[in-house]
Write a protein that binds this ligand. Sequence first.
Ligand SMILES: Nc1ncnc2c1ncn2[C@@H]1O[C@H](COP(=O)(O)OP(=O)(O)O)[C@@H](O)[C@H]1O
Ligand SMILES: [Mg+2]
Length: 386
Amino acid sequence: MLALDILNAAPYILTKSYDWGEGVPGVELIDVAKSYGATEVIPNLNLSIDEGEFAVIVGPSGCGKSTTLRMICGLEPVTSGKIIIKDKDVTKAAPKARDIAMVFQSYALYPHMDVAGNMSFALRLAGVPKAEIKERVDHAANLLELTDYLHRKPRDLSGGQRQRVAMGRSIVRDAYCFLFDEPLSNLDAKLRSSMRTELALLHKQLARTMVYVTHDQIEAMTMADRIVIMDNGEIQQVGTPRDVYTSPNNRFVAGFIGSPSMNFLDSVITREQEQLYVQGLGFKIPIPDRLRQRAEACTSAELTVGMRPEHFSASDDSSGNLAALNLDVDVAEYIGSSQFLAARLGEQAVTATVDVGPDAEPMRSGQYYFDTNRLYLFDRKTGMAI
Ligand SMILES: Nc1ncnc2c1ncn2[C@@H]1O[C@H](COP(=O)(O)OP(=O)(O)O)[C@@H](O)[C@H]1O
Ligand SMILES: [Mg+2]
């Protein structure tokens, strides 16, 4: 039997109503560790996901996302620590006792069964009455816009429709919590983006706790109530999309969230009279008040300054505290309303996205501006934000 079916074969529970409350823990991982033999994959993980929340775990391939999800649903035992779902310690509980439904990256539909058959399979296995099954399947098909396809075989469906059937199989279960492991990664870019919107909508309609895993920061940013950023089996930061974009804890988060990635330039702090500057080859930028106290207190001489490409501009008519910078532009790419610049500041490579309108000539080397309020500083050794 497929792993999915092991989960979905759980006894069918009639539609429940939950007293959802913000700040009420739905899924908790307490001091969870995981090793495969001598290989430690997750050293110590603590995470609390609220009831009804859409949490997205994001991180590079191999950082432990799937392992975390599989421990939550019980397909993988923890090496140590506890897993709590809805106030109940389920650390030792079998998958089907956890009231969880999971959608995998590689979902296999039964080719000989039509859409309705695929969606109802687990319910039939669990001996749910026929009328009940029909009601559940119709409801899920309606949510997923599959009503007109219920009697088609998977081979006669598009990739997106097949993906929706895979989701339908878990939705019919009406579980307490839904887990998704990169369910969109086999779809093309356009379909992925429309499925993102559908999933966010689905979360609103179902109002269930959802934990979604992806390596794609855009997916994470667009869908999540809260993002959990992982690297090397460790949580780097948990926060709303706005939190992690505007206040990254460290250089990893700063570089991972945002597209194109933040520029990182070697620099030091210098002082002239009362003003502090962050200075590197070819640039000297006043440190904004927001960072001044922490820059004063910073004991590390070696810093990295972080500048997001989208915070460069070609003209000085925007508000904010602008610092003038000389960029040597190597390539200017036309992307419609803005241009994407591959350039150098001093000798260090930077990318910049400048809004110049669709009719502008390709941008050249010269003076550009950066909003110093958007400056980030990191300790070069530890990578921590200061
Ligand atoms: N069954 C296993 N045996 C040994 N190592 C494993 C096993 N499953 C996963 N790993 C290792 O654990 C790490 C995390 O894997 P995984 O959770 O699948 O990462 P992600 O989903 O973030 O890409 C990887 O280094 C992977 O090689
Ligand atoms: Mg994975």
